[in-house]
Design a protein around this ligand. Structure first.
Ligand code: FAD
Length: 428
């Protein structure tokens, strides 16, 4: 009898899930709407198409995305194997020939006799165990179907995130903890500016270089105000908005002209996001201009501010750490739609989705990856972080408990050992 599992979307997450399942005795009914119906960002009908950069980021184990890639290789990752086969020189990064990469993936998946391809735009979730991996540009009817299960206010439709920085990189000889008018628990980090500092920052902000906006992003642009756009409305606008200084004096004699606030972003308190700083500045400009804020001169960014259309579920409300939907456990969400950010991160969650779909079918308990691995930390973060203001997350050491700059080698050794042992155990 056919052991059928449905996978919707043949992007990076969908092909990883499919590869896992067909390698473990399942038949995958794979639904993909391209090339019949294209998305605004994809250019081909190929599976695993990289829509923008051809870089899968660093290969170094000193880098969280590098470590995640190493973990994936220990989990028989299809995308990592083909990325190596199609790599192009790019220093410490893993970059690929994007056409070759997608072609090889497509050929491998399409030629597998256990893959049944349905070239269609799915509007209703099929019966049976189903992985939804339809990515940031999930078509509208399917979004509505997911919302009808998950409930109101469970989807994010636009990625206009503020940068997130590591607390240990903030200069606390300048920054200080305080909540406005002493209300609350003083959990905000404040970076105060005098008039000269503010004017300099303001001048650089409004002149800073912004990233290119795709035409399909521009429709959303007005409704979601980047800090640099707000600033252009007038020199005082930010001081009456996110940089309002009142109630935030450090001492009774202080009279800050503007104050930038940072809000705790993870339960461990190692990451902080810059409040109201959703931005479309290039990454280099974010480092340069936000580095003019006293206390953030040497800030280390685990995620830069970003603006593009990005449909994702608000994972802490919608998903279990196993990536199953809380309200329909036979449906598993993977990839960018699950609330992770990035090619590699999306592909990695596809592997976990494949594992858990197989376990569900075999009536075994679904699993989570060990928490001292990047995959485990990432799925733990997206499903267990503070639900308010949830924004997608990429691989970084800030979400891995106990990881510091000084213990990177040990962190990587432990993570790889943990993945190896876990992989053996779940396949016993
Ligand atoms: C404009 C843009 C630029 C980006 N640039 C980068 C970058 O430079 N680096 C980076 O790491 N990440 C980038 N990302 C994020 C990137 O999309 C994801 O990291 C990655 O592609 C997500 O993988 P995925 O498998 O979740 O989704 P995708 O790779 O998008 O795959 C989803 C698949 O589902 C299909 N699909 C959608 N809806 C349906 C449906 N209803 N029925 C059937 N099929 C459907 C789509 O056609 C697609 O093939 C970018 C995203 C966007 C939108």
């Amino acid at each position: 009898m056919e052991k059928r599992i449905n996978v919707i979307g043949a992007g990076l997450a969908g092909v990883e899930a499919t590869h896992y399942l067909v390698s473990h005795g399942f038949t995958v009914h794979l639904y993909e709407k391209r090339p019949k119906q294209m998305t605004p960002a994809h250019h081909t009908g190929l599976f695993g198409e990289l829509v923008c950069s051809n870089s899968l980021k660093s290969s170094s184990l000193e880098n969280a995305c590098g470590l995640l890639k190493a973990e994936m290789r220990l989990m028989d990752s299809l995308t990592m194997r083909i990325a190596t086969e199609t790599s192009v020189p790019s220093g410490q990064a893993l970059s690929v020939d994007r056409d070759l990469f997608a072609e090889k993936i497509t050929n491998e998946i399409k030629s597998n006799p256990h893959v049944v391809l349905h070239e269609e735009d799915v509007t209703k979730i099929p019966e049976g165990i189903t992985i939804i991996a339809t990515g940031p540009l999930t078509s509208e009817p399917l979004v509505m179907e997911i919302t009808s299960i998950a409930g109101e206010n469970t989807m994010g439709f636009f990625d206009a995130s503020s940068p997130i920085v590591e607390k240990e990189s903030i200069d606390f000889s300048k920054a200080y903890f305080k909540s406005r008018y002493e209300q609350g628990d003083s959990s905000y980090i404040n970076c105060a500016m005098d008039q000269a500092e503010y004017e300099h920052f303001y001048k650089e902000l409004i002149a800073a270089q912004t990233a290119e906006i795709h035409s399909f992003d521009a429709e959303y642009f007005e409704g979601c105000m980047p800090v640099e756009v707000m600033a252009k409305r007038g020199e005082a606008t930010l001081r009456y908005g996110p940089l309002k200084p009142i109630g935030l004096r450090q001492t009774i004699d202080d009279h800050p002209y503007a104050v930038v606030q940072l809000r705790q972003d993870n339960v461990a308190g190692s990451l902080y996001n810059i409040v109201g700083f959703q931005t479309n500045l290039t990454y280099a400009e974010q480092r340069r201009v936000f580095g003019l804020i006293p206390g953030l001169e040497h800030a280390s960014y685990v995620r830069y501010g970003l603006m593009h259309r990005n449909t994702y579920v608000k994972a802490p409300k919608v998903l279990e750490p196993t990536l199953q939907m809380k309200k329909r456990s036979s449906v598993i969400i993977a990839g960018q739609l699950s609330g992770v950010e990035g090619y590699v991160e999306s592909a990695a969650t596809g592997i976990l989705a494949g594992i858990n779909a197989a376990r569900l079918y075999d009536k075994k308990e679904p699993v989570i990856a060990p928490l001292n691995t990047i995959l485990g930390a990432l799925t733990n973060y997206i499903t267990r972080c503070v639900p308010e203001n949830f924004a997608p997350m990429n691989a970084n050491f800030g979400i891995l408990y106990g990881a510091t700059k000084k213990n990177r080698d040990k962190t990587a050794d432990d993570a790889l050992k943990a993945i190896k042992e876990w992989w053996v155990k779940i396949h016993e």
